[in-house]
Design a binder for this molecule. Structure first.
Ligand SMILES: N[C@@H](CCC(=O)N[C@@H](CS)C(=O)NCC(=O)O)C(=O)O
Length: 266
């Protein structure tokens, strides 16, 4: 079903601005609600080290990640939408946990996320999404043409929207507002958001009328766009899409999906 097209950059009139503000608050409120729910339902299990070589592979999925990492958040979102139980391993990136030889055995790129499924180890967030979509037969497209369309968006996400993550990294984590790369990546991220906002003015979900892993890959970046310095009020179609996403079972703000410690999601 085609949603009504809206102008992406038009300054919001007074009534509209109020709606935008409300919508943003709704996203945040939903994040808090789902964080509380997650905290109540999940059992905490302390695990030391990374256990890469198990004699008998675990029957449960194991996700290695870090809460502020949106590539990790995408996979957590997918698992939450699938309603799949999994073991979560917090990887202390600031402490250099990803640089240890044990972790390198799990992810040769020494990054988060990584997903272990028995004997299978899958890395690179969008590849993990494709793996899970195939394994569970959900959110991956119904035919080769749909799967290709979704793969195009996954490639675009990594090529263009990831620049939003680079802006966020420079501003929020490096705290370097005069970093020499900032203007370049910021212009790319803004162009990507404007493009996506125009697209979502005419499409209910990213790759068509149904939610897919294309939406799941993109959602996390949009949820933290403010942390990169982008005002959600400038992207009304994106905001409406995010609210549509939040109505789907399992969807929550990425910060609400992953804790800062190991956990068992039953
Ligand atoms: N293309 C990778 C990017 C993963 C990535 O950039 N992970 C970051 C955290 S958000 C990381 O592990 N950084 C540590 C490093 O690269 O040394 C994916 O989508 O999985």
């Amino acid at each position: 079903m085609a949603a009504k097209r809206k102008s992406p950059k038009k300054p919001a009139p007074k009534a509209k601005a109020k709606k935008v503000l409300k919508a943003t608050t709704a996203i945040k409120a939903s994040a808090v609600k789902s964080a509380k729910k997650a905290a109540k339902g999940a059992k905490i299990k302390k695990v030391s080290g990374y256990e890469p070589a198990k004699a008998k592979p675990s029957a449960r999925l194991v996700l290695y990640g870090l809460q502020p990492s949106m590539p990790s958040g995408k996979v957590a979102l997918m698992l939450a939408m699938l309603g799949e139980p999994y073991d979560y391993r917090h990887v202390d990136l600031p402490g250099g946990a990803h640089k240890t030889p044990d972790y390198a055995k799990i992810n040769r790129f020494q990054q988060v996320p990584a997903l272990v499924d028995g004997d299978e180890v899958v890395v690179q967030s969008n590849v993990i999404l494709q793996y899970l979509a195939e394994k569970f037969g959900k959110f991956g497209g119904k035919n080769p043409a749909e799967r290709r369309r979704i793969a195009e968006w996954l490639a675009w996400d990594l090529d263009r929207l990831t620049t939003l993550g680079q802006v966020r990294f420079i501003r929020k984590f490096l705290k370097q507002q005069d970093h020499p790369a900032l203007a370049f990546v910021e212009a790319r991220a803004r162009a990507a958001l404007e493009f996506l906002d125009r697209h979502l003015g005419a499409s209910k979900f990213v790759a068509g009328t149904q939610p897919t892993i294309a939406d799941i890959a993109i959602f996390g970046w949009i949820a933290v766009a403010e942390e990169a310095g982008f005002d959600p009020a400038h992207f009304p179609n994106l905001r409406d899409w995010a609210l549509r996403m939040l109505k789907l079972p399992g969807v929550a703000h990425p910060y609400a999906l992953l804790p800062m410690e190991d956990r068992v999601f039953a």
